[in-house]
Design a protein around this ligand. Structure first.
Ligand code: SF4
Length: 384
């Protein structure tokens, strides 16, 4: 894995450690309720299992008091390097004091979800689809979370009767064809609760597809049980939108979770968020995307990180993503190459970004630059 570390992280001076690694990591229960029960949720627990840097220790203390709380499953913790704070998995789940710093452009609600709420727990930003926020809980709280303003704030799964106004709104708007169930993480809910929510959505005749936006295959893969898959497949077509960010997250357990979903007929799509010092490197992303395709997961979006308040240290300039995509174009098969997307601040919608491959436009001709850098002219068909 060392070869996959980004050049920027290679030159970073490893921060001084303050807390000694005294004990072994907590035992990792094989079942998902046990994983949730034994998750790391406090500074003390964190300091017992990782050599925390001063920046992490301060960040964790702050997270305990305010902002996005800490939750790390024993499984996801097992992917973290105990001694190295630059570990790409650790950086996604361990708070840093940088979260206290706001930078220009930061927003509490970067996608304007509050302004686009059409019913309680229901967000509409596009003509044909809506987002149902069914819970505020996740297995792991990701430090870059777009919804850090609400996740983990203690509400838990929303009872079905409180989702009824959202369901009624969807039923009254037949132009809505696609419901994305998110939160929080819908797969962190009990199976019967999720089953009831999906059955209620399926009872709306105009809804064609349901999508489950989940990080559970990455952070809690043992949650993808036979029982869960059996409950979900009753409500097909369901698409699973997952969220792998680094090749270290592609473990035998997470690959088995994706295989179980794919075998049960769920198309599995992946959204990777571009994160500074974690995956902002063409080699890292090439390894991730190739691994996802082998696991029958389609790399769907490479997302420019949303300007969430307190995540400036994790964001990259737009030019970085464009440069990476340019490096991967032609090097990766089309099924392994996601679209680079910027979800525009304020909830105005996603915009695809692409390097410019058009060199010149003439009368009926367009000269294009190939991935090898050759200029090739395409001639339009003659006009009638
Ligand atoms: S799992 Fe999703 S909703 Fe939950 S903290 Fe991570 S990014 Fe946010």
């Amino acid at each position: 894995m060392a070869a996959l570390v980004s050049p920027s992280s290679l030159v970073r001076i490893r921060p001084r450690r303050v807390a000694k690694a005294k004990t072994s990591k907590p035992r990792s229960p094989r079942d998902w309720p046990g994983q949730l029960r034994e998750s790391i949720r406090s500074v003390d627990q964190l300091a017992r299992v990782l050599d925390l840097t001063p920046e992490e220790l301060e960040g964790a203390r702050r997270a305990e008091r305010e902002g996005l709380p800490i939750a790390i499953t024993p499984y996801y913790l097992s992917l973290c390097d105990r001694h190295d704070a630059t570990c790409p998995v650790r950086r996604q789940c361990v708070p840093r004091i940088d979260e206290a710093h706001e930078v220009p452009g930061d927003l509490v609600d970067p996608l304007g979800e509050v302004d686009h709420e059409v019913a309680p727990h229901l967000v509409r930003r596009y003509p044909d689809r809506v987002l149902l926020l069914a819970t505020d809980r996740c297995a792991v709280y990701c430090r870059f979370c777009t919804r850090s303003r609400i996740v983990g704030d203690g509400g838990g799964p929303v009872p079905l009767d409180r989702l009824e106004p959202a369901m009624a709104w969807i039923a009254a708007h037949p132009e809505i064809r696609d419901v994305i169930v998110s939160g929080g993480d819908p797969l962190a809910m009990a199976t019967d609760r999720l089953d009831r929510i999906l059955a209620r959505i399926r009872a709306i005749p105009s809804v064609e597809t349901i999508r489950l936006a989940t990080r559970v295959p990455v952070t809690l893969p043992m949650r993808i049980t036979t029982e869960l898959v059996r409950a979900l497949r009753k409500h097909h077509p369901i698409w699973v939108m997952t969220h792998f960010n680094h090749p270290k997250e592609l473990t035998p357990a997470s690959i088995a979770a994706c295989t179980r979903l794919a075998d049960a007929g769920f198309p599995v799509m992946n959204q990777t968020v571009l994160l500074a010092g974690i995956n902002d490197d063409a080699n890292v992303l090439e390894t991730l995307f190739r691994g996802l395709v082998r696991a029958r997961v389609r790399p769907y979006y490479l997302l420019q990180a949303d300007p969430v308040r307190g995540t400036g240290h994790l964001r990259t300039p737009i030019a970085k993503g464009l440069a990476i995509v340019e490096q991967l174009q032609g090097r990766l098969t089309g099924i392994a190459l996601p679209k680079l997307i910027c979800d525009t601040p304020g909830g105005k919608g996603k915009v695809p970004l692409s390097p410019d491959y058009v060199v010149a436009r003439g009368e009926g001709t367009t000269t294009l630059r190939t991935f090898r850098g050759e200029a090739v002219t395409y001639v339009d068909p003659p006009r009638e």
